[in-house]
Design a protein around this ligand. Structure first.
Ligand SMILES: *Cc1c(COP(=O)(O)O)cnc(C)c1O
Length: 394
């Protein structure tokens, strides 16, 4: 019904615009766990809420339309969505997975899937030769996260998807960092798009949720079977919160991306900042691919300070962002990947992947970019002074 609208309009004018029964402009929260069946032989559309619930279904329809897929699934967390998708694999299968994958996905792959005899090879997904070398006869899934966390490395979704197709394997893309507002992996050839809806989609740091979308009906039926079998479904209150968050996705992202560009530029020019990782910079190695496959570079960046002490002083002095795990919220969030998102990764692995002890990640929220820049100026100056006084003390 709404296929001719732009993405921004579709966020509001979709099948859930109003409730056909009452005209209510907000999706009703259906708490019922079970549904009365009028006929002993033929059950109604809904029978039990783990299998299907009208409120969760509304969210599943909305995300399927926004990702340009045919079927969506809502889970109790991003990790529940990712783990359920991994259940498509069987003992003896092999996964080629990006080396700077989200810490929880790293943990799931290395410590859980491995116990079930599902093998994996970590690769630099931005290096197609390395990806090709990792392929085995039993490779069934290519697992992509782009831009990656926390180094914002950009993977060519089209290239990986066609490689996967040639080998009869599926491509999973974690689209948490960009959302369908900025990148649509299914239209670039991916088979399953995954989300931590805890982040930008809901956007207010007040709900934990996960989503998955597919474009193939058979794959949809297999995932529906697994969603019902494993049972990590999203509760109805939380489904409603995600639905509400999605309505403002475009305006929140527009504002945050604008600020992220400005802040990234400021950090890049600052002498106390060693390196800024942001795919919006023309000299970022993934800039061209990012431009080709996404609307812009998103609202997350990371940066390295001189050393761990400068990093600590900066964090102690930066007043605006909350210092926390997570991203994609109305408030800016500063996090320390080495001890937060990537704590599950052994130190040697982390360092090897470039996730150093002086690296910070910033998810830009809706505050004034100028206020954040002033705040960071003061914090960087404090960090510079610490270093100076140590040098003087010799
Ligand atoms: C947060 C996050 C996840 C995990 O999602 P949860 O909702 O915390 O379970 C997965 N991938 C990425 C990129 C994330 O940022």
């Amino acid at each position: 019904m709404s296929s001719n609208y732009t993405f921004q309009t579709k966020l509001l004018h979709n099948n859930q615009k109003f409730d056909p029964e009452t005209g209510a402009v907000s999706v009703p929260i259906q708490h019922a766990s079970t549904f009365h069946q009028k006929d002993i032989d033929v059950f109604g559309k809904y029978d039990y809420s783990r299998s299907l619930n009208p409120t969760r279904e509304a969210l599943e329809e909305v995300i399927a339309e926004l990702e340009e897929g045919i079927r969506g699934f809502a889970f109790s967390s991003g990790m529940a969505a990712i783990s359920t998708a991994f259940l498509l694999l069987s003992q003896g299968d092999h996964v080629v997975i990006t080396e700077d994958v989200y810490g929880g996905t790293y943990r799931m792959t290395t410590e859980v899937l491995s116990r079930f005899g599902i093998e994996h090879t970590f690769v630099d997904m931005t290096n197609l030769e390395e990806v090709k070398e990792a392929i085995r006869p039993n490779t069934k899934v290519f697992y992509v996260e782009t831009p990656s966390n926390p180094l914002l490395k950009v993977t060519d979704i089209q290239a990986i998807s066609s490689l996967a197709r040639q080998h009869g394997a599926l491509t999973f893309v974690d689209n948490t960092f960009l959302t369908p507002a900025l990148q649509k992996p299914l239209s670039l050839g991916a088979d399953i798009v995954l989300h931590s809806a805890t982040k930008f989609l809901s956007g207010h740091s007040d709900v934990v949720a996960g989503l998955a979308v597919v474009k193939d009906p058979d794959l949809g039926a297999r995932l529906a079977f697994l969603q019902n079998s494993f049972g990590a479904v999203l509760g109805v209150q939380d489904a409603w919160l995600v639905l509400r968050g999605i309505k403002t996705l475009q305006v929140r992202l527009d504002q945050s991306v604008k600020s992220a560009k400005k802040i990234a530029g400021f950090l890049n020019d600052h002498p106390s900042v060693k390196k800024v990782h942001y795919p919006g910079f023309a000299d970022h190695p993934g800039y061209k691919i990012q431009k080709m496959q996404a609307v812009n570079a998103g609202a997350v960046l990371s940066f390295e300070l001189e050393d761990e002490l400068s990093m600590r002083t900066f964090v102690e002095n930066a007043k605006i962002p909350v210092f926390a795990v997570s991203l994609g919220a109305v408030e800016s969030i500063l996090s320390y990947p080495a001890k937060m998102s990537h704590a599950a990764m052994p130190a040697s692995e982390r360092e090897q992947r470039g996730i150093t002890d002086s690296l910070l990640r910033l998810s830009v929220g809706l505050e004034s970019a100028d206020d954040i820049i002033e705040d960071f100026k003061a914090a960087l100056s404090a960090a510079g002074k610490t270093k100076h006084s140590i040098l003087q003390r010799g």
